[in-house]
Design a protein around this ligand. Structure first.
Ligand code: M6R
Length: 615
């Protein structure tokens, strides 16, 4: 959460920083701020509560000169979203400006100690404590900013990615990270700092992913220096090529990123499976699995850790792996796993799923699993993020940048990769037949076409959404492979329309939730013609006989459901294990249009951030 950007070079910093903030806004939009230093060393700071657009209004007509600056978009942790709590924070003298993503866990102790030394605080944030601590150390030790930052960071517990500038020194910027991401972009005579690579795209394709406990000195006209927090020896600099384009970061004519990302799914799934299904569909090659064939062959158990939508994908992965690999699978919320005294043995494989690759709880779960000797496999979207860099092996889902806070194309990409993983590992273990692989492999190859068919439901779903815009509660039911789809459909609706929604295994409904059903509570039932279809028909009947209205997702040609359900959305038939990919798309569209009808900011739902980098 929180996005930080920094620039030092020859161009006006303000425009670059603002554009960077707009691209990082998915990380938080409680407030935004910028600190700019002019060539004469004077510093201007502007802040505004709310979105980056408010910052632009605040800074409009003011002095925004300077070719060095730092900027921040905030997801509030310590202190309410106010102008005062917005970053950049300044030290007591006003000489040092700092932006921060992360959480300083021992901030209260540090604040108390600094107060004893005469420091006063304007904000309630943990970040202000850090900038004051830097100034305190700098004055006490009569040292340079770099040494003071380094010393201060040694005293800090928690997570941080920071960028710091100092009044009077318009040619130097200091950046550092621990457990929060930070990318450095190397341009021609200019350097960029950002929480992820998106603000850098279009300026340079040369990037460096700072490692934990590294600190960078970015000096205009001099080569970049990176050191470890505990040593003066320069660290090696690994410049990587960025594979992102500006077009991928824009809405491309859609009203919202979420809608664009829903409609991208035929293409993203093409990218996701590219080169991974061979021999006419009858063999799956996932390099991370093949290269570690022995691990998968002799594994005792797989534990999947994830959060949110990725956790829903994990539940589908559990069924897939159990079915194809005959291997027990447990699925854990990363946040529960890490504190649940997990029993992990070296023959366990821990699979971590994360779109962003930066989710704090998932990262911590990986760390724990590694300490206990497990082989850790990551399934991520963002290339070069912390999770892929901290796992033993893994697979990228390759669905391109997902900017809408509500995850859509990442979910279908994750389920696709989990299907490939289950098939590939099943082949290695000899637990899946070639016929099964061929059937599913071919259906996956055909999936982009199938999804194009599903997307034809866009207009009917838009119409349907109007009927339910003002419902206060929703129930989502599914069975088997589609119980997690029901959870995912409910999460989509909750997070962008703020309507209370619950996902339930359909058969469990009669053990409690059925009491909620009345004519004001719509129920969405995912009912493809699979092995559990007859059972789910009974669930539809149970809802109807209590006066509830039913929206049913059924297969094409299933007209008999029209007799029972109030509204039917027909989707193409695919093998049972692939039904979540197909049936989740109408649910994404339904949530999207209901939120739009309610006038909500779909891409930036209240209180949420795209990647949850704090506990
Ligand atoms: O980046 P991750 O996949 O690790 O993120 C996990 C969740 O924070 C994320 O899926 C969240 O639930 C989404 N907003 C759901 O749409």
């Amino acid at each position: 959460m929180c996005g930080i950007v920094g620039y030092i070079g020859t161009q006006p910093a303000y425009d670059i920083l603002l554009q960077g903030l707009r691209r990082l806004e998915y990380r938080g939009y409680d407030s935004a701020g910028v600190a700019l230093m002019k060539d004469d060393g004077s510093l201007n700071v502007y802040k505004a509560t709310g979105k980056v657009a408010n910052l632009e209004l605040t800074a409009s007509g003011k002095d925004t000169d300077g070719s060095i600056g730092i900027a921040h978009t905030r997801w509030a942790t310590h202190g309410e979203p106010t102008d005062i709590n917005a970053h950049p924070h300044l030290s007591q003298s006003g000489d040092i400006a700092l932006v921060h993503n992360g959480t300083i866990e021992n901030y209260a102790v540090l604040r108390e100690a600094l107060t004893q030394h005469g420091y006063t605080f304007k904000s309630e944030t943990d970040t202000e404590v850090l900038v004051q601590l830097i100034e305190y150390i700098k004055e006490k030790n009569h040292c340079y900013l770099f040494d003071a930052v380094r010393e201060a960071l040694k005293q800090v517990e928690g997570a941080y990615a920071i960028a710091v500038i100092e009044r009077g020194n318009p040619s130097r910027l200091i950046a550092a990270r621990k457990s929060s991401p930070l990318v450095i972009g190397i341009g021609e005579g200019e350097t960029f700092i950002a929480s992820d690579a998106t603000p850098i795209v279009g300026f340079t394709d040369k990037v460096i992913y700072l490692k934990d406990n590294e600190i960078a000195i970015v000096e205009q006209g001099k080569p970049l220096q990176i050191k470890s927090l505990n040593s003066n020896k320069p660290s090696s600099i690994n410049i990587q090529k960025l594979q992102l384009s500006v077009a991928q970061l824009e809405k491309g004519g859609y009203d919202a990123f979420m809608l664009k990302e829903i409609f991208e799914q035929p293409n993203t799934l093409t990218d996701c499976i590219r080169g991974r299904i061979v021999d006419g569909g009858s063999r799956v090659v996932l390099s991370g699995v093949v290269e570690n064939a022995e691990k998968f062959r002799y594994a005792n158990r797989i534990i999947i850790v994830a959060c949110g939508t990725s956790w829903h994908a994990a539940l589908i992965g559990k069924r897939l792996i159990q079915e194809m690999c005959q291997l027990p699978v447990e699925v854990e919320y990363a946040s529960e796993f890490r504190y649940g005294c997990p029993i992990i043995t070296p023959r366990d494989i821990v699979v971590a799923i994360s779109q962003s690759g930066e989710t704090a709880d998932t990262l911590a779960a990986i760390q724990l699993a590694k300490e206990k000797g497990a082989f850790v496999y990551g399934i991520c979207n963002v290339v070069g993020a912390s999770i892929p860099r901290n796992t033993d092996s893994g697979t990228y889902i390759h669905v391109g940048p997902e900017i809408g806070v509500a995850s859509t194309k990442a979910f279908t990409g994750q389920v696709t990769v989990l299907t490939l993983l289950a098939l590939c590992a099943g082949q290695i273990r000899g637990t899946v037949s070639t016929d099964t692989v061929r059937k599913i492999g071919r259906a996956l190859i055909n999936m982009p076409k199938t999804i194009k068919e599903v997307l034809k439901l866009n207009e009917p779903i838009k119409d349907l959404s109007r009927i339910f815009t003002y419902s206060h509660n929703f129930l989502y039911l599914g069975r088997g492979y589609n119980y997690p789809t029901a959870l995912e459909g409910a999460l989509k609706l909750k997070e962008i329309s703020y309507i209370h929604a619950e996902g339930y295994p359909a058969a469990e409904m009669k053990h409690g939730p059925i009491a909620l059903i009345d004519n004001e509570m719509p129920t969405v039932i995912i009912a493809p013609s699979d092995s559990l279809y007859d059972k789910i028909v009974s669930n539809v009947q149970q809802v109807k006989s209590r006066g509830g209205s039913v929206i049913a997702i059924v297969n094409k040609g299933n007209d008999s459901m029209n007799e029972l359900a109030d509204y039917c959305l027909q989707i193409p038939e695919v093998p049972e294990c692939l039904t979540p990919i197909v049936s989740s798309i109408p649910l994404q569209l339904l949530a999207y249009y209901i939120a739009v009808n309610k006038g909500k900011d779909v891409d930036r739902p209240r209180n949420l951030a795209k990647s949850v980098t704090v506990e």
